[in-house]
Design a binder for this molecule. Structure first.
Ligand SMILES: *Cc1c(COP(=O)(O)O)cnc(C)c1O
Length: 390
């Protein structure tokens, strides 16, 4: 197990990604040269303004929308909060229902819980065993009391992709708005906001090679939501605060790079499938999430009779970074709300492991992950009093 001199394998890109060198390079001039306030009328400010305008246009082009529909925020969680609370607070009289799913990120779930405490009627859609939302239930629930339907585009734990076009259509048929958390999907799969038809969409920089602490919210022209930060006139007066120009420029650069690398996605899918097959060949293992409608880099497998945390720590010693689900819940020993919603028994949910691959991973990484996981799983089972045959 003494593998300290072996190159580490980072397979936790769903938690965060390293900042890409090209992104750092694009950001540096904003610290050294173009440090002005984009609202200032002098040349120092106007040069910064040009970078801001250009970054907004770049991000808009990767989303397929107009630059005026892009609002910069401080993170994905902020975008989630703003979209949902903003829509709820601007909803027409009589529309106090918010429909979301049981497998959302906590930034969405806890926001909805906060609104429920304020008196909103929050409905949580069920998902099937692959993690796909129940569209019939959505059709039944979406009515003239519904203000918003909020369903994520891709799940961060099990990678399931939702039928988001249909979800948006059902929401609109009921006269409600549709919001999607695309934090995991943006940069990982090809999409265009206009084709999807959602009214709002959240994304975050650090999931695609930009730094932590920058995000954006797409708000379709004509959609009215409550302002987030009252302050100066930044972000059309809806989200005040002097713009974080270096990070905004970094986000735009990362989005552009991610788009140019979408051609490499088939290679990631191939690695993912080989990793899934290798792990699922181990006895008493089960793939979580869908085979087909799945994020290119996501692998989530449950190993019966094994604790996910033990597995994670042993893999870490062997130079592999993985996750037991979502990094945000790794401090608590509660089983994943996502896995439980798919109907997975609690013991299996505790034995789950997520690997999230990206462009930087290789076939050799996949081989090492399979071999190391096989070794650790059999070692842990050999010590388990409940493993059959022990
Ligand atoms: C990471 C993540 C978030 C939160 O984004 P932050 O920028 O870390 O706040 C929200 N939703 C999903 C699906 C995520 O994966």
């Amino acid at each position: 197990m003494n593998e300290t001199n072996v190159k580490r394998i980072y397979a936790d890109h769903a938690a965060t990604t390293p900042v890409l060198p090209e992104v750092v390079e694009a950001m540096l001039p904003c610290f050294n040269e173009t440090w002005g306030n984009p609202s200032s009328l002098h040349q120092d400010g106007q040069r910064a303004k040009e970078l801001l305008v250009s970054a907004r246009a770049t991000l808009a082009s990767t989303l397929g929308c107009d630059p005026s529909e892009v609002y910069f925020t401080s993170c994905g969680s902020e975008s989630d909060n703003w979209a949902i609370k903003g829509a709820a607070r601007k909803a027409k009289q009589g529309r106090n229902k918010i429909i979301t799913s049981k497998i959302e990120h906590h930034a969405v779930l806890h926001t909805c819980e906060a609104l429920a405490r304020e008196g909103f009627n929050v409905v949580y859609l069920d998902v099937d065993s692959e993690g796909i939302v129940d569209l019939d239930q959505l059709r039944r629930e979406a009515d003239d009391t519904t203000a918003l339907v909020a369903v994520m585009m891709a799940n961060n734990e099990i990678g399931t992709l939702q039928p988001i076009c249909e979800i948006a259509e059902i929401a609109h048929d009921a006269g409600a708005l549709c919001f999607t958390d695309a934090v995991q999907a943006f940069g990982a799969i090809r999409f265009n906001v206009k084709e999807i038809g959602v009214d709002m969409l959240a994304l975050s920089g650090h999931k695609l090679g930009a730094p932590k602490g920058i995000g954006a919210l797409y708000i379709k022209k004509g959609v009215r939501i409550a302002n987030l930060i009252d302050g100066g006139g930044q972000e059309k007066g809806k989200r005040g605060g002097t713009e974080n120009l270096p990070y905004i420029v970094g986000l735009a650069k990362a989005a552009k790079l991610a788009q140019s690398r979408l051609d490499d996605v088939p290679r990631i899918i191939k690695m993912r499938n080989r990793l899934i097959d290798g792990l699922c060949a181990l006895p008493h293992s089960k793939l979580n999430g869908a085979r087909g409608a799945r994020l290119p880099g996501n692998v989530n497998v449950s190993f019966e009779y094994v604790e996910g945390e033990s597995l994670l720590l042993w893999l870490d010693i062997m130079g592999i970074s993985a996750s037991t689900g979502s990094a945000c819940s790794s401090n608590s020993l509660e089983a994943s709300h996502v896995l439980l919603a798919t109907g997975l028994p609690i013991e299996m949910a505790h034995g789950s492991l997520r690997f999230s691959l990206s462009h930087s991973n290789t076939e050799e990484d996949v081989d090492r992950i399979i071999a190391a996981t096989a070794e650790v799983v059999s070692k842990l089972r050999a010590m388990s009093p409940i493993y059959p045959g022990n």
